[in-house]
Design a protein around this ligand. Structure first.
Ligand SMILES: [Zn+2]
Ligand SMILES: [Zn+2]
Length: 345
């Protein structure tokens, strides 16, 4: 089958790999119909995360179940499904508490040997271990593009917003208008915020944020500090949701939040930050929450929001390309010429 491999920084290739077959009775094989390129794939693309050359990448996918092991019960061949970016054992101490993202034998699709040696989903077919946990059926009324992000970025945004634990009417800041940031802004409004400010320096992305109800703030043109202070009687935002994954963004979040507020981090951090402004955090009594999304615990909530028509995440898709064009798709996404690329095998 054709699959997208990473061979080094900025070197992705489409090649033939072995056709996956179920290896245990809890596995399924899915014929992939859509595979997203995620912001976290860029960490691999830039060489910030080590991965074996030739590893098949991709962890955001929808498809049709082709084969299942004998004990798979929740999905059957022919079902339309969305995959989670990870799979988990379902039985360890952490899984029993529904902290699937902390599973002691957690495996991420497409992140190399260190992340559980699980081949990625930017491929014609993908092996899904523990399929009853890691696949979710797509309701008939939904299009694929509406369900695709439930397996990763929509649930990441939804959980980060949940973690911000704000009150109805609150003033919220979302740093970043990439796919996760734009979805987080929608979720913030759905969860009853009074107003959401969207920060970025990309005019086109800020326009999309504004179209979906956020107040855009271009940080190259105006001081976010001043704007948020003025909007909140000089208190600061009730919560800030950081959707970039960079030191400057986290520092800005700690600046913008009010005393006793929450900074919720959806961004992915692969490096340490030093010096970290712990003094500011302490003086303001800020709660800082973040970490890998617990997608398997929260994706049914995200799917329900989409199914009931509360939000349609497909607006973030800017490019749909054949799988064979993956090298070009990565270039477009890396240069921010594409907001979100979906590959079709
Ligand atoms: Zn991802
Ligand atoms: Zn587990």
């Amino acid at each position: 089958v054709k699959a997208v491999q990473i061979h080094g920084p900025r070197d992705v290739r489409v090649a033939d790999v072995d056709d996956p077959r179920p290896e245990s009775e809890t596995d399924a094989v899915v014929r992939v119909t859509s595979a997203g390129i995620c912001g976290s794939d860029l960490h691999l693309y830039h060489g910030r995360i080590d991965i074996e050359p030739g590893f098949v990448i991709g962890h955001e996918f929808t498809g049709v179940v082709e084969e299942v092991g004998a004990s798979v019960g929740r999905v059957q061949p022919g079902d339309r499904v969305v995959g989670a970016f990870q799979t988990a054992c379902g039985t360890c101490w952490f899984c029993r508490r529904r902290w699937y993202h902390n599973c002691t034998s957690m495996r991420l699709f497409g992140f190399g040997m260190a992340a559980g040696n699980l081949s990625g989903a930017q491929a014609e077919r993908v092996l899904v271990p523990n399929a009853d946990l890691a696949l979710l059926s797509i309701p008939d009324e939904l299009k694929e593009a509406q369900a695709l992000f439930v397996g990763d970025i929509l649930t990441t945004a939804h959980q980060a917003v949940r973690n911000a634990a704000f009150r109805p009417g609150d003033t919220i800041v979302v740093i970043g208008c990439g796919p996760v940031g734009l979805l987080a802004q929608r979720c913030v409004l759905l969860q009853g915020a009074g107003v959401v400010y969207a920060l970025d320096r990309d005019a086109a992305r800020l326009r999309i944020a504004a179209e979906h109800g956020a107040i855009p703030l271009n940080i190259d043109e105006q001081s976010a500090d001043d704007a948020i202070l003025e909007a909140t009687d000089y208190r600061g935002a009730d919560a800030v949701i950081e959707c970039v994954g960079a030191e400057a963004a986290l520092n800005a979040a700690i600046q913008l939040v009010r005393r006793n507020g929450v900074v919720s981090v959806a961004g992915v951090y692969t490096d340490d930050i030093s010096p970290f402004p712990y003094g500011d955090l302490w003086m303001k009594d800020v709660r800082l929450v973040g970490g890998l999304c617990n997608v398997l615990a929260f994706w049914e909530e995200a799917m329900a929001l989409v199914t009931y028509g509360r939000l349609d995440p497909s607006f973030i898709v800017s490019h749909e390309l054949p799988l064979a064009e993956a090298p070009n798709a990565y270039r477009l996404f890396d240069r921010r010429e594409a907001l979100k690329v979906v590959l079709h095998p």
